[in-house]
Design a protein around this ligand. Sequence first.
Ligand code: GLN
Length: 477
Amino acid sequence: MKAQSALEFVAEARTGRIDLEENTHKILDKVFASEKYNFFNSVSKDLALHQAKELNAKVKSGKASGKLFGLPVSVKDCICVKGIESRAGSRILSGYLPVFDATVIAKAKAEGAIIIGKTSQDEFGFGTFSANAGLGFKVPKNPLDFERACGGSSGGSAGMTAFADFPHVSISESTGGSIACPASFCGVAGFTPTYGLVSRYGLIDYANSLDKIGSMGKTVSESSLLLEAIAGHDEKDSTSLNEKISFSPAKSPSAKGMKIGVIKEFFGQGINSGVSRIAWDSIKKLEKEGAKIREISLPLNAKYAIPAYYIIAMAESSTNLAKYCGMRYGAHESLSGSFNEYFSKVRSCNFGEEAKRRILLGTFARMSGFRDAYYLRAMKARTRLINEFKTAFKDFDVLVNPTMPVPAPKFSEIEKLSPIQQYAMDLCTVPANLAGLPHISINAGLLQKMPVGIMFTAGHLQEERLVQAASALEALK
Ligand code: GLN
């Protein structure tokens, strides 16, 4: 029997045919049974059951409404949920219980979502495999192969989405590819919106000019259902756009007549040939259905996006992390010495290795004397990279490439990669993120039993085109 989709579940829950408390109990049992995969940093059992009870009462009083009514939703650890420990996967935030909900959580709750827990991630989002978990945190394992990574940094969200045999979606976050990458490694749909479309109020920030909250689901329609529910203007986030767009999938999706640009550089050097082949197979299917396919070259993005991104991301993150001084929230140590000595002690004991590396490199890139040579230069390069995309979108509706250069690697392979080699893995996902462009990754097929993702990118606020192309491909499978 085909599993019930999130949309079907919500429709049924609203009629009252599902006892939501009973259902939530069952799901929490499954969540606890999945413990060995480390998808969660914390499970919000009491909150979930409390919400389920309230929603049951709403059904009884004839007030059942909401796009996510009764739906189990997991949330990346870096997004604040009131009263639930929110640590962004870092020991430095141990014990931090937000006194408010992030806007996306308030919106999801208002639509009837049931929050089941906080998913595991790289510390503050610093990574591509969720293997840079903070001190004392566990690394999520790929549900399709325990020896392999879920991808990062929203690894727990993707792992849980693939693992769940019940309707479930996940609120995740991407700075430089953290939704698309794990979606690709776990074989699910990951939807990253235009920068500013979804409020970041209540997001524990990584790099402010890059962070975007997005969604994951098993299918395009599940991920768009969630994204539509959490998107929209928010006066509490000064970068929030005042736009209302709708991107529900069409009943019979088709890519007929769509102009699709195949990014040449992301099928060549550095990309596993099996991955390229699987992505091309999907593109050919779309062509057969009437899409107009042409290759396009993005030489500047292929060459400069990774260095520009890592300079900007590290510079911004190093300033963001300065607020973790062991005084205001999160981890504390016994008070001794001067402020600087105490500050150093707290940070040495509570940040993981990758966070320390990024603080050092990011601070260097912002130091007087180096700021012009690194940070400001990277910002100028960014403008040129955005313009390269803008030119491409004069000729195309969407662009396409394999999401990741390889299928999910084994942990034993990741250990052998230097930091630079790990950063280089983001080759195909960083450009769209740096340019703030919406993109979606869906599964294109399997290579030696592991999923291979294909990614569509559209112009700013053109989410609807992504839904059209991705659901057309999904329908052809
Ligand atoms: N892998 C990228 C990084 O380490 C992206 C992570 C993210 O999007 N949070 O910065």
